[in-house]
Design a protein around this ligand. Structure first.
Ligand code: ATP
Ligand code: MG
Length: 362
């Protein structure tokens, strides 16, 4: 069986470190591994509209930001199809049919949707489109017969929903769709990177992000004002690691090489943590180290972005070409789905003959 990747991001803002460690970095590695037959990376603008219907310009303006972030991190249009969801109308059509295979009760149980509804303060005024976005995600995944979906942990309930739809569809209409697997980062810190304020998830909507395109001084300022251990007041005080965001970020980004380069007094993160817990290590020293580690990771991304920003029409053209390829793939799957559901009336000569026969026999 072919190995196919589908994943994507909502164009609700520039991409941040959470996206990077949760999914983007992995995508680039998978892309360059040469192990995948096809790779589709989607800008989920239609999904973003489900909770931004009154602000289409925000979505429109952020499409280019997401594309620039992708390309500067190393997604390569020669290897990955980068496309825009709303322009592949087959995806919407698939959703309409999948909706019949999912109950309202099942959607209500989705923990990610539940917490997102709370976060957006929808209360009872939930847009139907938002409520059903797990179904639309199942369409995105299955339209490309994706086997692998590299995502952060918050997306696991969506993958489960997609798998259920596949199983249900195949059992009702015959083997047609492929069941996808989620690929979450092995490092659990990376599968849900907290915000700089210590909140559970770095998220565009919460305004607690370090963006991949932030200038050097902005990254430094954000790192220096990060949430640490509120009880660690004097340098000599023993400090706590758990829930200390600076250490969580080091768990995600620091390697032994980082210590050799920027903080050679310590061999690795365990030694640094041990000193902090014992007391005698100030927050500023740890923050300065984290800043160096992040700047090293972000500098080449920032530099590539500056180059790409010089030719914006070329970036739109990459998305356009990727969308053409994606549309062809999705149309093929949609045709198979409609044939399986027996709603391919004009393509089915047998049907027309049989209906005639029925009348001939009367
Ligand atoms: P929004 O607030 O608009 O939902 P977001 O910041 O949650 O934006 P998405 O576009 O919803 O970003 O997520 C894109 C991908 O990035 C998903 O695979 C998601 O799991 C992953 N991701 C987002 N935030 C984080 C995070 N803090 N840690 C790890 N992965 C993340
Ligand atoms: Mg999100």
């Amino acid at each position: 069986m072919s190995k196919i990747i589908l994943t994507g991001d909502r164009p609700t803002g520039k991409l941040h470190l959470g996206h990077y460690v949760g999914s983007l970095k992995r995508r680039v590695e998978l892309q360059n591994s040469g192990e995948y037959d096809k790779i589709f990376i989607m800008i989920a603008d239609a999904q973003a509209l489900t909770d931004n219907a009154d602000n289409p310009d925000k979505i429109r303006d952020n499409i280019i930001e997401v594309a620039l972030d992708w390309l500067s991190c190393g997604l390569d249009p020669a290897k990955s199809n980068l496309f825009i969801q709303s322009q592949v109308t087959e995806l919407t059509e698939l959703s309409f049919y999948y909706m019949n295979l999912v109950t309202v009760a099942r959607l209500e149980r989705n923990p990610t949707v539940k917490s997102e509804i709370q976060m957006r303060k929808f209360d009872k005024a939930i847009p139907v489109g938002f409520f059903t976005y797990p179904i639309s995600q199942a369409s995105d995944i299955t339209a490309f017969k994706a086997t692998t979906v590299p995502v952060g942990e918050d997306q696991l309930p969506m993958l489960e929903q997609a798998r259920e739809i596949v199983r249900k569809f195949n059992s009702v209409y015959g083997e047609t769709l492929v069941e996808p697997e989620a690929l979450v980062p092995e490092n659990s810190v990376c599968s849900r990177l907290p915000g700089t304020d210590g909140k559970a998830k770095m998220s565009k909507s919460l305004g607690n992000c370090i963006y991949l395109s932030d200038p050097e001084d902005v990254v430094q300022q954000k790192v220096f004002s990060m949430y640490t251990d509120p009880n660690h007041i004097k340098v000599t005080d023993p400090g706590t690691i758990e829930g200390n965001t600076v250490f969580t970020y080091l768990d995600a980004f620091a390697t032994e090489d980082s210590f050799a380069e920027f903080l050679p007094d310590y061999k690795n993160l365990d030694e640094l943590k041990e000193h902090y817990q014992r007391g005698g290590l100030g927050d500023m020293k740890v923050k300065r180290f984290l800043n160096s580690v992040l700047q090293k990771e972000l500098a080449p991304i920032r530099a590539r972005r500056k180059e790409l920003e010089k030719d914006i029409p070329a970036v739109y053209e990459i998305l356009h070409q990727g969308t053409i390829v994606a549309q062809k793939e999705a149309a093929q799957t949609l045709a198979e789905v409609k044939a399986a559901m027996r709603i391919n009336y004009f393509d089915d000569e047998e049907l027309i003959k049989a209906q005639q026969l029925k009348y001939n026999e009367q």
